[in-house]
Design a protein around this ligand. Structure first.
Ligand code: ATP
Ligand code: UDP
Length: 229
């Protein structure tokens, strides 16, 4: 029986994690899990964790590890019969260790994109806050300028997507991501992709995953994903 497949995608702001994880989910039938979307759902539902997380996000800070872990690991417990790709978690070594103590990952994709490309992409990134759907005036513009394709609601830009905020975000990302990348490299499951265009990187990601992901339709076994946390 084919085993389940669990993966994580990592990369600095604007590297294309959301764009590529959507493509992977559609192409391979994986469930896409996004820590940012999950936080937004909790904020919209006014849960205790959502209210707490909002106080950090409003200041452009990462949500504390213990809040993220408590938010996400029970969600993974519901996924023992699903293959998934996680975007946006883990973001710190503590989160990676919490994840490792509950799930064994098959593969980690790390995106290595030049600063100038990140800056250019983020300056044109427009977001539908409620859903997290992402647009780009050049790469994937909305049907109606400034409006979300599905809801018709207004699109916004994040303050910390502005060039002046990017340098600090990028430095912070590199500081916190390095030990995680080293950890997954030592586990032999890290695959790094470099480039300036998702459409040129995609064929390589697609062919790697085609060799790693169990065939569609084969019966999937359950695979525990929590051993207490
Ligand atoms: N794993 C995490 N740990 C801590 N905070 C997180 C985590 N994931 C998301 N957050 C918080 O939620 C916010 C929104 O996350 P989301 O991934 O949607 O946007 P983002 O951080 O701007 O990502 P990117 O710019 O890389 O697309 C983040 O800025 C961060 O404050
Ligand atoms: O080849 C690409 C991939 C993405 N984007 C845009 O760049 C921004 C960042 O992409 P995404 O949100 O997927 O990156 P993330 O921050 O999730 O890594 C978004 O406006 C995308 O539409 C782009 O212009 N070209």
């Amino acid at each position: 029986m084919a085993k389940l497949f669990r993966a994580v995608i990592m990369g600095p702001p604007g590297s294309g994690k959301g764009t590529i994880s959507e493509r992977i989910a559609q192409r391979f039938g994986l469930t896409r899990l996004s820590s940012g979307d999950f936080i937004r759902e909790n904020i919209a539902a006014n849960t205790d964790a959502g209210v707490l997380a909002k106080t950090y996000i409003e200041r452009g800070l990462l949500v504390p590890d213990h809040v993220m872990t408590r938010l996400l690991l029970p969600r993974l417990e519901e996924m023992t019969r699903h293959s998934w790709l996680m975007d946006g978690f883990p973001r710190t070594l503590a989160q990676a260790e919490a994840l490792n103590s509950t799930c064994d990952l098959d593969l980690v994709i790390s995106l290595n994109i030049p600063y100038e490309t990140l800056k250019e992409r983020l300056s044109d990134r427009w977001i539908h806050p409620a859903s997290g759907r992402v647009y780009n005036m050049g790469f994937n513009p909305p049907h109606v300028q400034g409006r979300d394709d599905i809801s018709g609601e207004p699109l916004i830009q994040h303050d910390d997507d502005k060039p002046e905020a990017l340098v600090a975000r990028l430095r912070h990302y590199k500081d916190v991501a390095k030990p995680i990348i080293d950890l997954y490299k030592s586990k032999g499951i890290l695959h790094t992709f470099s480039g300036t265009e998702t459409d040129r990187i995609w064929p390589y990601i697609n062919s790697l995953l085609s060799t790693k992901i169990p065939m569609e339709g084969t019966h999937r076994t359950q695979r525990p994903c929590t051993r207490g946390y």
